[in-house]
Design a protein. Sequence first.
Length: 141
Amino acid sequence: MERRDFIRLSTVGLGTTLITPTLALAKAVKQPTVSDIYYTKESPGRWKDKIAGHLPSIGIEKAGTKITIRVVTSHEMKGYEHYIVKHVLLDQNYKFIEEHLFNPDKDKAAISTFTLDNYSGALYALSMCNKHDLWLNAANV
């Protein structure tokens, strides 16, 4: 075998050794889907019987340039045993606007109020349950 052929074959072998496992690993790793991150009414995943108590509802009231957003999750608050941990408000690009944390010893209902100025477009509300994961709903302002 000539030296040039040896170098060429060695380079190809090394490349194959490095690339093949990476390609196999990329195919084996499951890419996350929407229901791996949060649940929705249309995609409740394993919690299809939990939609009514976990999906946040979004109420919108406008007064001039002030917009009041009311997020309600009709979930019972059973102390630290089972409760809504927080509500998170996101803008149309899924960027954080504000959140409200609940105290399961004091809060009897999962209700949050947020005030925005001059906002228009889609809004998203997340509701996080300590047992049944994260739920997302949307509304337009």
